[in-house]
Write a protein that binds this ligand. Structure first.
Ligand code: KG4
Ligand code: ZN
Length: 350
């Protein structure tokens, strides 16, 4: 039997923005009582990437079981829940709508408040889960399949985007290059593994830094450079060492991510860095970011891989701060595939 204090805030959170159906129960923003993730990767693998229509259908099949499992694993009933939280953007619209409609139905039936959560804010809030003392302000490097952002996290509610990708996200570039060397979707973790057997200095791929002082990123030129290298080698009949390609390409991405993150700390005079999103599980990025932060006297927070990739626990954490601020949503809350970070939903849709 769980011992809840009256002031405890217990959130049932749902995440379905891409290819994981997830539900979690989170207490007071930092204590994860359950975090159930049903992945569709094996289905999308056949097509080399996420097929939106299939993703929506699979969310519908899984969501009931996942939510029941989350409640049961946490040992709570809907009576113990303070609010129902759900990702309402950004993401695939059909996929988002499944989680959103389900969350609305549960909240309405159980007479609990509804809280819509920004997916990227969720990724950032994953940093509060394992490190109970981690607090803003800090610089957060958000690197996922769909997003690459350098964010100044001012407090639990305010996010300032310092820079973002102008084309491909880091994860997207990793997935596309992985495909070119015949690694299955999602390519990021496969590149991570293969790169361990390769030489990161074997091929001199570009480090695209853009204009002086810019915190934006661009990875499509690097991706093209790798594809050109592969095509040229094939045409000339040269042998291709996939592990060297993976290691050199990964190192180019990591160098730029680390360099810009440290530059952002200096500019904003902040001595704390966090990472978020699927690519922050990358072992090379973790190693080089750790070394750079140690060298610069910056405190680094990294989260366990399960909280880097999509999960509902991070949504439950972000929702806690909205709950405290009494930022509740109405039954008219919609799904927003291109929801921006850093502007409250009220400002965006007024
Ligand atoms: O955050 P996430 O689960 O979903 C989005 O919100 O996009 O991130 C998925 C991305 C994929 O591109 C995947 O290849 C990448 O994260 N990823 C990795 C690793 N694990 C996941 N990339 C590099 N190394 C990893 N270990
Ligand atoms: Zn994500």
């Amino acid at each position: 039997m769980l011992d809840f204090k009256q002031e405890d805030v217990v959130i049932l959170a749902i995440e379905s923005s891409c290819d994981e159906t997830s539900a979690a129960v989170v207490k007071n923003g930092r204590n994860v009582l359950s975090n159930i993730i049903s992945s569709q990767i094996d289905i999308h693998k056949r097509y080399g990437g996420v097929v939106p229509e299939i993703a929506s259908r699979k969310h519908i099949e899984a969501i009931d079981y996942v939510v029941y499992d989350a409640l049961e694993s946490a040992g709570v009933s809907l009576n113990d829940i303070s609010a129902v939280a759900v990702t309402y953007g950004p993401g695939l619209v059909g996929a988002l709508l499944v989680g959103l409609s389900y969350a609305k139905a549960v909240a309405f039936a159980s007479e609990k408040p509804l809280i819509g959560v920004h997916h990227i804010e969720g990724h950032i809030c994953a940093n509060y889960i394992e490190n109970k003392n981690w607090e803003p302000p800090f610089i957060c490097l958000v690197v996922s399949g769909g997003h690459t952002h350098l964010v100044y996290v001012k407090n639990y509610y305010e996010y300032e985007i310092l820079g973002k990708t102008r084309d491909d996200a880091a994860g997207e570039a990793l997935d596309k290059v992985a495909r070119a060397i015949n690694l299955p979707y999602p390519g990021g973790p496969k590149i991570d593994k293969l790169a361990k057997e390769g030489n990161p200095n074997a091929i001199d791929f570009p480090r695209v830094l853009l204009e002086e002082g810019s915190f934006d990123f661009s990875f499509s030129g690097l991706k093209s450079a790798v594809l050109n290298y592969l095509n040229k080698a094939k045409m000339m009949g040269n042998e291709i060492f996939d592990a060297d390609v993976a290691a050199s390409f990964q190192q180019s991405i990591v160098d730029v991510l680390v360099m810009k993150t440290i530059a952002a700390c200096k500019k904003m005079k902040v001595d704390k860095v966090a990472m978020a999103g699927g690519v922050s599980a990358n072992s090379c990025l973790r190693k080089f970011m750790k070394e750079a932060c140690e060298k610069e006297g910056v405190t680094l927070n990294m989260v366990s891989p399960v909280f880097c990739t999509d999960n509902a626990a991070m949504i439950g954490s972000a929702a806690y701060f909205e709950y405290i601020a009494e930022n509740f949503d109405g039954w008219d809350l919609n799904a927003y595939p291109s929801l921006k970070l850093g502007e409250s939903r009220r400002k965006q849709f007024e």
